[in-house]
Design a binder for this molecule. Sequence first.
Ligand code: C5P
Length: 288
Amino acid sequence: MAEHQAEPAHAKINLYLHVTSRRGDGYHLLDSLVVFAGVADLVSAAPADDLSLSITGPMGFGLAAGPDNLAWRAAGMLAQEAGIPARARLRLEKHLPLASGIGGGSADAAATLRALARLWALSIGTDDLARLALRLGADVPVCLRGQPARMQGIGEILRPAPKLAPAWMVLVNPGTEVSTPDVFKARAASGASFSPAPDLPAGWDDADAMAHALRGLSNDLEMPAIALCPAIDVVLAAIAGTPACLLARMSGSGATCFGLYASAGQAEAAATTLRRPGWWVWHGPMLG
Ligand code: C5P
């Protein structure tokens, strides 16, 4: 058995998210450009005689460390797939806000799969691991890959992203958890129409051009999420009002929103003005 393994679980950001249709089973078909930000949870796995999970970190409070935790479920499913007992001491250092549209739970599950595949020296193929990831959640496959991607289907179709321009981000969460199923349900109940999958260029050379293209697209979950959590609108307006902000948008089903900037200094300056009691604010690079 390999020694102690550690894997970062980076925040997932949807630069745009179009809901293109709805399947018979109620799941929505999406088209989204997914990137990752420099902020991450950390999952580590060490040899042990049984399976355990402990949670630390500034955002760990209130997150159950039992069998319902997505990291625990990922471990159980991977062991079952491999036909071996689930034996590992998992530690999750939580830095990302919970239920916040940046895929924290999904990224933790993906990082757990990566760490345990190494710890248990499994020879499971990429496609099999991706199929297993999808059973854990629609965002887990893209988090498993950990690279910018054009995501379609319910999250299982991953194509290369256009070449991204260097950019910096501010992430702001108003401290309210938002339920993903509730947001999708609210959108379906509102009778909102579907959006097409846009044509994207092969890439963008600078952040201005990238933001210009993204401004013509949307996050179709923004309206229903704001209806459930009006603080999102306040966050979006605050981000949009920062100097040099190229784009202000919600990620995933919210409530975390991001601002896009052409330089690290601009993002840092924006983050400084966005701090409020109860708001989680992060600034740093968009990972290419
Ligand atoms: O797969 P995940 O657990 O992230 O999804 C949570 C819920 O969000 C699903 O049960 C479904 O109600 C909704 N959802 C959806 N279409 C997607 C992804 C999620 O309707 N593509």
